[in-house]
Design a protein around this ligand. Sequence first.
Ligand code: NAD
Length: 511
Amino acid sequence: MTSTIDDQVETRTLHHWAGGKPVEGTSGRFSDVTNPATGAVTAHLPLADADEAASVIAAAQAAFPGWRDTSLSRRTQILFRFRELLNQRAPELAELITAEHGKVLSDAAGEVARGQEVVEFACGMPHLLKGSATENASTGVDVHSVRQPLGVVGIISPFNFPAMVPMWFFPIAVAAGNTVVLKPSEKVPSAALWMAELWREAGLPDGVFNVLNGDRTAVDALLTSPDVKSVSFVGSTPIARYVYETATAHGKRVQALGGAKNHMVVLPDADLDLAADQAVNAGFGSAGERCMAVSALVAVGDIADTLVDKIAERARALHTGDGRRSCDMGPLVTAAARERVTGYIDAGETEGATVVVDGRTGEYDADPAPDTDGGFFVGPTLLDRVGTGMSVYTDEIFGPVLSVLRVDTYEQAVDLVNANPYGNGTAIFTNDGGAARRFQNEVEVGMIGVNVPVPVPMAYYSFGGWKNSLFGDTHAHGTEGVHFFTRAKVVTTRWLDPSHAGVDLGFPTNG
Ligand code: NAD
């Protein structure tokens, strides 16, 4: 296995992974991978040109017929071996994630565990792929249905979940008999290469799982290649829309999950200590770099002052620093992300929000690398009296910034959530079962939590948002994932035709 970044003494040069082995980049284009906690450049990542992308896709295409024809039982055994290896080595993968993403180790381990749940779901593929059969649908005529793999499938993933998001898709795709080209985020590429090596150890035939590193050139190759049959994308809304439009125009099936602005509605009867704890967990976990992070807290009625005080007290107590140390919150992924987030806090202040807790200043538990300005830290930030016209509300900030909006009634809260163009996740905090039931029925969002702030569905349900948070009609994993990575075939059979009815050009009818 690749050594973890902690062990390394020199900046590594990374590669693609195709046909079961590492493949050097040939384009001459590279991007830097950094450790966000120290600012050090830890790796140079090759960015594929069109020829390199075509050869990785060709490796997946070459492996498809053999993998499609491999028995379901053998495919499933390899999935189980992948699961066992991942269980044994999960801490290594978590370390790699922390070193490139910055999230604290426990959070990285949690991400791996949530991905592993999809591997476990996909281990049940023999059951999930069972078709249906009807005997004697017409006299002497039987009908059965099967689901078959698509071919080469493309997966394009974001920086914030380098292991879990690819695992939303590839265990199901592979178990169903497809071959995969994964294009990870260029900011956090090592997890994908590590998982490719794990597949090899698990006995996956060469070429079934491939990694194509790169930027827009690599993405465009996947969106337009006639050999790629589907695209599963997760990232920001503008790119999700572009991916959806381009890949569907090239005849592919596409699921493109986009950005988010998740609201947590707190009703006046809620347990405010519980709500404050959960607002802090959901707002500042992973430094707010989660698509299910709560970024807008909607306080209903007269609870806002008390709730803001309770959240502020908890936010001030958080310890921010290098995710490999025992901190609550790590850095942001890049220097550019830090600049963007502090820019939004500046704008919120200028536009009239009250900065209750200010993450622009603070102490961080981290050692800067030599010749750098150090890690990309922004502390937890709490903004109160935020208005719906302010950029801190209209835009996805993707950082540790929690905005409080005050409304008078439940109806105003629901109207506010429904007017937002995103619809990924939302939560309501209340002790009123009737209000909670009404909320889950009325709110126009894909994933709802009732006293659960980050309602990420289990692997056997499907993950996906509404509105600008998802383009396409299929969510990730669960039975929707199985349908996405397979296509249906219905077979009508007649072995006995005693009537020998002769030529009849009429439309076949049942009898
Ligand atoms: P991003 O959109 O910048 O990048 C996602 C992927 O697209 C990467 O692999 C990247 O290389 C590629 N890409 C970037 N710019 C491109 C371009 N111009 N043309 C073609 N490809 C391009 O997203 P990110 O910053 O890596 O991730 C954060 C975003 O992802 C946030 O908006 C977050 O909400 C979203 N996200 C959504 C979900 C979800 O389930 N809806 C889950 C995780 C993250």
